[in-house]
Design a protein around this ligand. Structure first.
Ligand SMILES: [Zn+2]
Length: 433
């Protein structure tokens, strides 16, 4: 089906293109016409909307997790490039939530929440033409990644990485799975149980536990792409979330099962960094089996799933959710053949869930199922009744489908709470680094 003109793109934008003198070529005009009339495939299968399960208990403690990454490049050669990363975890209880005006939150109420119960982390990476004497960018960034986890927040993020990587909850004292050594590039590197540093068995080069994630696979000797900083931000968000989980798991499991963790973005870790996905799934499954379901949601705000919800959400019944199967995702959302590995098998630790609460609030959530499921069903979503009982209490009415913990987290993590980009830039250049 073709989207009706003007429904997605303003008509002015299309007509403005027509005024340009350069558009005289027949081919160009043909192409432009095709750009102006995007076609969207209406799903050939009917989404299976199901009523939101009821009877849950609202979760009394809600955590929001968010991050931001800002690359800064100097405007003249040699084009130095730094990337600042900030992440935040904030805690909101139902009492605090009840005090917040959902239409226009009072800045002081927000400030109180943020000052009492938020953790912040910030770091900076020298991506290009910025050197630390005697060390290549490659090794400097490796060291900064390790130190950022070790030195900030009392080393809790590093402890959480160890807890996940060594699966410390199961008591089996496993070593790390073998990974590629950042020095000799042989896939022989590992570390013994609970170690955070060690040496490559082949070349004896120093290894950090953070090397297992494979940041170095994206880097050149003297520069690194922005995606390294972005990957660090994503990993750090996961570590903050699971620092909360680990804390209550070790101190008070009953409280853990009364928490809702709300993460900005999908519950997924891409490419080589996805090594943490299987341990995370195993922990979530283990905790459920022990009688302590862990409530986590990730909210996707951009991408194909959100676009698909725009398409199917308008005809969906209120108070319903739809969990797409592997086949539905591949055929209707990704438009690729059904063959090959199931969608998300290596990277996702949450199932995709389309949610239509009412005509104003619809959203794409990710909710864990423990072990990977190709075709998750409604009661495979861990804590589904409690999550949906809590959701109405954390809605923000400022934006469509917005959740307060993410909105507040955004405020903390966004680089607008830093000095402005311009000041950061002056700072970076004035230091001569
Ligand atoms: Zn080596």
């Amino acid at each position: 089906m073709t989207y009706k003109a003007g429904q997605r793109l303003p008509a002015e934008r299309a007509s403005r293109l027509g005024h340009l003198e350069v558009l005289k070529s027949e081919l160009v005009n043909k192409l432009i016409k095709s750009f102006e009339e995007p076609t969207f495939n209406i799903p050939s299968k009917n989404p299976n909307w199901q009523a939101i399960p009821t009877g849950g208990i609202p979760l009394s403690i809600v955590f929001g997790i968010d991050g931001a990454m800002q690359p800064i490049e100097s405007e003249s050669p040699p084009y130095k490039r730094l990337a600042f990363v900030k992440t935040a975890l904030l805690r909101i209880d139902q009492f605090a939530l009840s005090k917040i005006d959902k239409e226009s939150p009072h800045p002081f109420a927000l400030r109180d929440i943020l000052s009492d119960s938020a953790l912040y982390h910030a770091t900076v990476f020298p991506l290009q033409h910025v050197s630390i004497p005697g060390v290549s960018s490659y090794h400097a960034i490796r060291k900064i990644i390790f130190d950022s986890l070790k030195l900030d927040l009392d080393g809790e993020a590093l402890e959480t990485l160890k807890w996940i990587a060594y699966e410390k909850w199961d008591g089996k004292r496993k070593g790390l799975p073998i990974f590629e050594c950042p020095h000799c590039e042989e896939t022989v590197a590992t570390l013994p149980y609970d170690a955070e540093k060690g040496n490559c068995p082949k070349c004896k080069g120093e290894l950090f536990i953070t090397d297992m994630l494979g940041f170095h696979l994206e880097m050149a000797p003297d520069s690194a792409p922005n995606s390294v900083a972005m990957a660090y931000m994503n990993i750090h968000e996961v570590l903050l979330l699971f620092t909360g989980v680990r804390y209550y798991w070790e101190k008070n499991k009953d409280i853990l099962s009364k928490c809702l963790f709300v993460k900005d973005g999908p519950l997924a870790i891409r490419a080589q960094y996805s090594k943490l996905v299987n341990p995370i799934r195993r922990f979530i499954k283990h905790a459920k089996e022990q009688g302590y379901p862990i409530h986590i949601i990730g909210q996707e705000k951009t991408g194909r799933f959100c676009e698909h919800l725009e398409l199917i959400g308008r005809n969906a019944p209120e108070g319903h959710i739809f969990i797409p199967s592997n086949q539905y995702i591949k055929e209707e959302i990704q438009h690729r053949p059904i063959t090959g590995a199931p969608y998300g098998k290596d990277t996702n630790y949450g199932a995709k869930v389309f949610v239509k609460l009412n005509n104003f609030h619809q959203m794409v959530l990710n909710i864990p199922t423990g072990e990977f499921m190709e075709n998750p069903q409604i009661y495979d979503l861990i804590g589904v009744e409690n999550i949906f009982e809590t959701l109405p209490t954390i809605l923000s009415n400022r934006y469509e489908g917005a959740l307060l913990p993410i909105e507040l987290g955004n405020g903390i993590a966004s680089l607008s709470t830093y000095p402005s980009t311009q000041i950061l830039k002056i700072f970076a250049e004035a230091r001569g680094i």
